[in-house]
Design a protein around this ligand. Structure first.
Ligand SMILES: [Zn+2]
Length: 294
């Protein structure tokens, strides 16, 4: 049975498209070109398959659109979020990364799709403008020098990792969230590491871990639908709470920003729950586990 919520292409059209796709794919020699082609095609198919069905902003079916219920909030201008997202998570109803740009706006929380060269170039250009001392990947620490939010330096104006002055420029601090299931996030991480090493000639990519994964969000989450304790938005809220705990940053009201993310998670959860109930689906049914890496 095809899933009614699927945003994939179906039937004959899908077969013809798949054949064309394989033919083009075979002609691509370079593995990076193959990956780019694969990502672009997957995104195009999801866009086509969801047209007229999903709200293009909140990625929920039109009749369950939650956009009107979401509040907005200003993210402190000294930081930016980058959602590095696997194409498989693009337009997924229960994706939570999308909440960040819905709450903070696309100037503060950017979507960067894995394998889409234009997106990736924009992101890496931003990193280079801010300097390598102002980039951190929220990922289980593999660095030789593990970092947490309390290790970030604050000079009265900007945040940075412990780096030489020449590595810290004027731009905002960039927090990168890997938005994909556990199995996909390894590929996301590998690609980020490759480019980091190519640009800065360093093997060690600056990862940051959360010490307290925002307990307040966790209490509110009910075990449905397809929810995970460590979803991307909850990780972002956790990061903001940890910034809020640093007294020298209190003027930037990170607590308020963390709460705004938690509220948006509640709205998404309510929308997904209402949808499942309306469709007569169990709200406790076990679904494919979507474990995130954070
Ligand atoms: Zn919507």
């Amino acid at each position: 049975m095809p899933n009614a919520d699927s945003v994939h292409l179906k039937g004959d059209f899908k077969d013809i498209e798949d054949k064309k796709h394989r033919a083009v794919y075979e002609t691509l020699a370079d593995s990076d070109k193959k990956l780019q082609y694969f990502s672009a095609r997957q995104i195009a198919c999801r866009l086509l398959g969801s047209r007229g069905y999903l709200c293009q902003k909140c990625w929920l079916p039109m009749e369950d659109c939650m956009c009107a219920k979401l509040g907005s909030c200003n993210l402190w201008q000294g930081i930016q979020f980058w959602l590095y997202m696997h194409p498989k998570d693009f337009l997924r109803q229960n994706n939570t990364g999308k909440l960040l740009w819905q709450v903070f706006g696309i100037q503060a929380a950017h979507l960067c799709l894995f394998g889409i060269q234009e997106h990736e170039d924009i992101m890496w250009d931003a990193f280079q403008r801010s300097g390598k001392g102002k980039v951190s990947f929220l990922y289980p620490n593999k660095s030789t020098t593990p970092m947490s939010v309390k290790d970030l330096k604050f000079n009265g104006l900007t945040l940075s990792c412990d780096h030489h002055e020449e590595d810290v420029k004027d731009g905002p601090f960039n927090f990168v969230l890997l938005d994909g299931t556990w199995s996909n996030s390894a590929a996301l991480y590998r690609r980020l590491k490759e480019r980091w090493t190519a640009i800065w000639r360093e093997e060690d990519i600056p990862c940051i871990s959360l010490s307290t994964l925002s307990a307040s969000v966790m209490h509110k989450l009910r075990p449905q639908p397809a929810w995970d304790r460590t979803c991307t938005a909850a990780a972002a809220a956790g990061l903001l709470w940890e910034l809020d705990m640093r007294s020298e940053l209190s003027a930037f009201e990170f607590g308020k920003q963390a709460e705004a993310v938690e509220c948006s998670l509640d709205v998404l959860l309510d929308a997904l729950t209402a949808r499942r109930l309306r469709l007569g689906r169990s709200i406790t049914r076990k679904q494919r586990h979507n474990t995130n890496c954070i």
